[in-house]
Every structure is written in C-alpha cells, then in structure tokens.
Ligand binder design. Structure first.
Ligand code: C5P
Length: 495
C-alpha cells in the first residue's frame, strides 16, 4: 500500500483526518507503520471511488486516476446548504443516494446522524460522499469547537430528514432535544422537510398520524410516504419516496421560496383540520397550446387563475399537490410540484406519469384543454400565398380527453373533479358531461355573459354537481371558490 499516494489522492493529511475523524498523531502513526487499520479501509475505499479513482479493494492500490465519476466535481462551494439528518430506519441506506442526488443538483450537504441511524450506515460513508464531516454527537468537544449545533442549525437553508422514522417524528413533534439531530430541529429557523419511511402498520397508527399532521401544521414540509414495497419487506403505505424525487422537492423548497415564507396553514373553514394533510393531488390548469407551424398556434383565453388558486388552497391545507399547467402568466403557488406543459398530449403524458404506480387521492381538471390539434403541424413557418383569394385549410384531429382518461385509469384517483364551461343549459349539459366523462363532481360555469366572462376574470360563479346533489355557488373571487371547493373535498375525506 502506497500510503502517501492514498493521502494525496484524498486531498492531504487534513482531509484524511476529517474523513476518519482522527487527530494528526493518528495519521503520523499510520505513516510510521506504513499501513492502515483494517476498520478504516472500506471508508477510504469508498472515498476514493467516490472521487473517481479505480482502487483495488483488498490493498487499496490505486489502479487508475479519477476518470469518469468525479464526485468531487459535484460538490459545489456556492449551492444551497442542506443539513441532511438521517434517522434510524432500514431506509437509511437510501439517504446516501438522496445526498448524491442533492449534490448533483448543486446542494452542499452537512450530514447529521442519530445514534440508531449508525446501526444502518456509518457517518464515514456519508462523509466520504459529501466530502464533509458528518456530525453525530451533541456533546463532542471538537464538534462544539469546530461547529456547534447552533451553528449547524443556522448554516442551513433547509433541514431535510431522510428517512424520518415514526420515532423521530414523535420526538420532533414533542420538541424533545436529546441528541444532535433533534436539537438542530429546535434551533433552526430554516425550512424543515421530512421524508417519512416506516412499516405500513406503524404509518397507519393514530399516534404516527397525529405526529405527522401536527408537524405539517407547524410548517414542516412532508415528502411522502409512498405506497409500495417498504424497506422492511412489507407492501403498503410507508415506503420512502424515491431519492431523486426527494431531492427535486428539497431543491424547490430552497430555490423557489423566500426563506421567510410563513409556514403552511393547514386549517380549514369547516374544522376538519388535517383531512388533506399528505393527500396526493393532481391538478390541471391553464390552456393548452397546439402548434400550427413553427410560429403560429391554436390557444384559448384560459388564464389558469382558477386551477392555480385550487392548487394553492389544497397545498395550504397540507396536500401534496402536483400542478400540471399549460402556459400562463400566473405565478405558481409555493409548496406545489409544478409540471409545465404546452400541448394536450404533453398534459396527458404528465398526468399519466404523475399517477403511475402510486396512489393519487384527488384529480382536479381545471385546464381548458384544446379540443383539437393540427394533424400535422408544419416544422417551418407556412408562407402565405401572393394570391389573396387562396384558402388555407388546416386538418384538425381531436385531442385526448384527460379528465375521461383519469376517470377510467386503473390508477383512478379516489375523487375526480372536472370543470365544465357552458354557454347554455348549464345544469343539463354539465350533468351529462359528468356522467360521460366518468368523474365524481363537476363544477359548472356559465360562460359568455357580458357581466361575467369567467376566462381571465378574478371572479367565478358555479354549480357544484355530484351524483346526488347540486349546490349553487354565487359569484365570488376565484380564490374563494378554491377554498370552498377545498372545504368540500376536506369534508369528503374526513368522512
Ligand atoms: O369537454 P369540455 O372541455 O367541456 O370538458 C371540460 C372538462 O374536461 C374540464 O375539466 C377539462 O379540464 C376537461 N378536459 C380534459 N381534456 C380534454 C378536454 C376537456 O381534461 N381534452
């Protein structure tokens, strides 16, 4: 073993000290003896391969210099600082992949582990990946001298707990601060996000549900959990979300939202507090735009105001909202997962992807999807003829009906809601449309009246049509209508 070469490859003696959490005398000892203790070899192997070196595992001989996987290239000095807390569940190993995904997106990671997380992975494996020390001890004098818990808490743009066990949620909810991780949670003023992961029975327990709801009400952004094979081998709800998804949500939280954004208000007007917390919702909004040629298109007047207001109302009550939006000028609400699309085909594909392989509780189709698209859009600008009497003929094909697709999908969301804009016979047409498209509720608007154009307006008036019921909603702001609809949905899920 060429120890000097190893130390150089790792970035010098200080880097080795940091990686192994040892002092300078330990490194001098290794140098004198000319070899390393067996227990540190896997750590060094992981650190070197993460830097892109090809290393022989048994004697740590460097076979080739950094080639392709330059992990160090992923580590930036300027990205957002994410304090990644790993709590002790079997899914802890997936936290390493989450760290890698965050780095790929430009984040700098400070790793923190609970005692039980160390039963599953070592602080050194995270340190090797992040290139920074992983903290695990509240009372370590060196940590307090180098970077105390308050400093870690204050350095964070986001505190992200991956995985979040039932026990960790309970401690965090109770405000217990008996280790470094929970102390950081109390001390931080940064946003906090948690990705729960646990056995389905533990997830279903009322105590866990209470802790989850209460943390979400306090503004903790909950990511998941998903349905599927959990790390403990059982099938059901409780599986940790995919690391790449967690990284996407985390980066949105640090990039899109101002740090002083108030916590989410998970309350309702009707008192069913929390019925929407964690519910997975997909909302379509805005128009779709269908190209005619490279510069022209077919579109409509939809502003996206109503769909976006509904997304904001549901996210405000703790739902996990995916907003699939056509081109609009509306600012997307905070705390939603925005998927921008242009055409109806793209909107359908985004919706299908969003519901694939996971439970979706609610779908709301508020988009004004173009019914037609040009059968073969020209790839260049179509030139007009010099002869003004020449007619231009466009062949149109019918677009897929996204609402009908969602209503009949094998992953059909539990509650599917459509919007119907009608110029005449509002009730009859909307009722027939609800039936034809297979959705549960239809929100019907009269359009075309001079006094209330609906499209582009900030107000709306509507009928809410269900299988057995019709409610008349007077003219109100679209934001109020969104809250009213959220009340009805919340009541439905509180049943
Ligand atoms: O058929 P119509 O456009 O009136 O239906 C309105 C409802 O159907 C809305 O909820 C709208 O979002 C949805 N829709 C759809 N895909 C289409 C057409 C309409 O999802 N291609």
């Amino acid at each position: 073993m060429n120890l000097s070469a190893l130390i150089t490859a790792l970035g010098g003696r200080r880097a080795l000290q940091q990686l192994l959490d040892v002092g300078p005398s330990a490194v001098s000892n290794y140098m004198t003896r000319g070899h390393l203790p067996n227990r540190v070899k896997p750590i060094i192997y992981a650190a070197l391969t993460a830097k892109g070196y090809q290393v022989r595992p048994h004697d740590l001989e460097i076979l080739a210099g950094p080639t392709k996987l330059l992990m160090s290239d992923m580590i930036t000095n300027s990205g957002p600082r994410i304090v990644l807390i790993i709590s002790g569940g079997i899914a802890a190993y997936r936290a390493l992949e989450t760290a890698r995904q965050l780095q790929k997106r430009g984040a700098r990671i400070t790793g923190v582990m609970t005692e039980s997380a160390k039963q599953f992975i070592t602080p050194l494996s995270l340190a090797a990946l992040t290139g920074e020390k992983c903290y695990d001890n509240l009372f370590s004098l060196t940590d307090e001298a180098e970077m105390g818990h308050i400093q870690i808490a204050r350095s964070a743009d986001l505190v992200l707990v991956v995985p979040t066990t039932a026990n960790f949620m309970a401690r965090a909810n109770a405000g217990i601060a008996d280790d470094l991780a929970t102390t950081i949670l109390l001390a931080t003023s940064a946003k906090v996000a948690m990705a729960p992961a646990m056995n389905p029975a533990m997830w279903a327990h009322p105590a866990t549900k209470n802790n989850f709801t209460s943390l979400a009400q306090r503004g903790v952004h909950m990511i998941g959990p998903d349905i599927g094979n959990t790390a403990c081998g059982e099938e059901g709800e409780g599986r940790m979300c995919e690391p790449s998804y967690i990284a996407d949500v985390a980066m949105k939280l640090v990039e899109a939202l101002p740090t002083n954004q108030p916590s989410r208000n998970v309350t309702s007007n009707q008192g069913q507090v929390g019925a929407l917390v964690g519910k997975r919702v997909i909302i379509t909004s805005g128009p779709t735009i269908e190209p005619i040629d490279k510069v022209r298109f077919i579109a409509n007047h939809s502003s996206g105001k109503q769909g976006h207001a509904i997304a904001a109302a549901l996210a405000g009550r703790g739902a996990n909202v995916t907003l699939v939006s056509g081109p609009v000028t509306e600012t997307p609400p905070g705390h939603v997962n925005l998927v921008p699309v242009t055409t109806a085909a793209e909107m359908l594909s985004a919706c299908t992807t969003a519901i694939a392989g996971k439970r979706t509780d609610i779908a709301i189709c508020a988009a004004a999807v173009s019914d037609w698209r040009v059968t073969s859009a020209a790839s260049k600008k179509i030139k007009k003829s010099n002869d003004p009497s020449t007619k231009m003929l466009l062949e149109l094909s019918q677009n897929p009906d996204i609402l009908a697709n969602l209503s009949t999908s094998e992953n059909r969301p539990k509650l599917v809601i459509g919007f119907a804009a009608e110029t005449e016979n509002l009730f009859e047409n909307a009722k027939a449309k609800r039936h034809r498209k297979g959705c549960d509720w239809m929100i019907a608007n009269q359009v075309g009246g001079d006094d209330d154009p609906v499209f582009g307006s900030t107000t709306n008036k509507a009928l809410m049509i269900t299988e057995r019921n019709v409610e008349t909603w007077p003219k109100m702001q679209k934001t109020e209508l969104a809250e009213k609809l959220a009340d009805r949905i919340e009541a439905e899920f509180a049943k």
